[in-house]
Design a protein around this ligand. Structure first.
Ligand SMILES: NC(=O)c1ccc[n+]([C@@H]2O[C@H](COP(=O)([O-])OP(=O)(O)OC[C@H]3O[C@@H](n4cnc5c(N)ncnc54)[C@H](O)[C@@H]3O)[C@@H](O)[C@H]2O)c1
Length: 319
């Protein structure tokens, strides 16, 4: 067996893809989750790995002490990475779980750093494009410091992630460690939580059920959408580098939400997809597109491969 990776939030959308990636590479994997937004079904296809002891599933809140379960790492091959991906990620979830979101990206991340240091491993923290807030520059390079409301409905998430970045920076300075973080832009793919409220899963499920697709505001706001396989390959490359600076990961093709709806219409050729407009939520960013210059240079030859229509078709096949 190769080494071990620990994935917090391992039963979530992105966490489960990381678990899958490292199991396929032959690693032992520990997936820790409290199931506040994740689902047991996300890893149910790994029953064999669980019975072989190669995948350890632990139910725990990583914002609480890790003492009761962290000892499991002593019986496994050496720990190389801790992917700290536990956190509610979509506005309806992090607004419902605001205090938990603040805790998991600060106290939970602190536990991840302490454990990684104890075992000589590297933490990779899931930061987000939300650290740029409602950006006044487009696309957003890593050098842009953001336009964030610290006192509003999105601040429990945006500021928690900004705090997490500051914690990694300061921890590295103080302890001469090499922990890192990736700023993830909108990612989609199989195993997204259907109740999650993010635009792709919402529209796809509405199209699937012959319901009108809900577009917030005029539909002119832009987003860039990354298929999960592209994101995971970027995260893995980053983890294996010695980079500690923030790197944007996502897809730099920008679409309006109306164009997303039109793309879905080209896939659902057997039906006419109706559109229903709803008011724009508070603090909703008007545009979001990563500047991937740094990622493409420092993680070379990484670049997103899967374009929107192809990714939507793949995701639909897994519904
Ligand atoms: N999906 C995206 O487009 C995106 C974009 C930017 C950043 N991110 C970040 O990536 C990470 C994963 O996001 P996702 O889309 O997979 O969301 P998700 O909700 O599917 O997964 C998060 C997982 O973390 C678990 N979790 C939450 N709090 C926990 C706690 N205190 N203890 C243990 N487990 C806990 C949840 O149950 C869930 O399984 C998050 O940190 C999120 O902020 C995601």
């Amino acid at each position: 067996m190769k080494k071990t990776v620990l994935v917090t939030g391992g039963f979530g959308f992105l966490g489960s893809h990381l678990v899958e990636h490292f199991l396929k590479e032959g690693f032992a994997v520990v997936a820790v989750d409290n199931f506040c937004t994740g689902s047991r079904s996300n890893l149910e296809h790994f029953k064999a790995e669980i019975s072989q002891g190669r995948l350890k599933a632990i139910e725990a809140d990583v914002s609480q002490t890790w003492d009761s379960w962290v000892g499991v790492l002593e019986s496994l091959p050496p720990l190389s990475f801790v992917f700290h991906f536990a956190s509610p990620a979509s506005p309806p979830h992090y607004q419902r779980l605001g205090l938990e979101t603040l805790a998991v990206n600060s106290i939970g991340l602190g536990h991840a750093l302490k454990t990684a240091d104890r075992f000589g491993a590297r933490v990779i923290f899931a930061s987000t494009s939300e650290v740029y807030g409602d950006p006044s520059v487009n696309p957003q390079p890593e050098t842009y410091w953001g336009n964030v409301n610290s006192f509003g409905v999105r601040s429990c998430y945006d500021e928690a992630k900004r705090f997490g970045e500051a914690l990694i920076y300061t921890h590295n300075q103080k302890h001469q460690t090499q922990h890192g973080l990736v700023r993830i832009f909108n990612t989609y793919g199989p195993r997204m939580n259907p109740a999650d409220g993010r635009v792709i899963i919402n529209l796809l499920l509405q199209a699937e059920k012959h319901e009108p697709m809900t577009l917030y505001g005029s539909g002119d706001q832009t987003r860039s959408f990354c298929y999960v396989d592209d994101l995971i390959s970027g995260i893995v490359k980053y983890a294996r580098s010695n980079l500690t600076r923030p790197i944007n990961l996502g897809n730099d093709h920008e679409f309006t939400i109306s164009q997303l709806a039109e793309t879905l219409q080209t896939i659902y050729t057997d039906r006419k997809l109706e559109i229903k407009h709803l008011p724009l939520p508070q603090d909703d960013p008007k545009q979001r597109k990563p500047d991937l210059t740094l990622a493409k240079r420092l993680l070379s030859p990484w670049t997103p491969q899967i374009q929107l229509r192809e990714g939507l078709i793949k995701m639909r096949a897994c519904l």
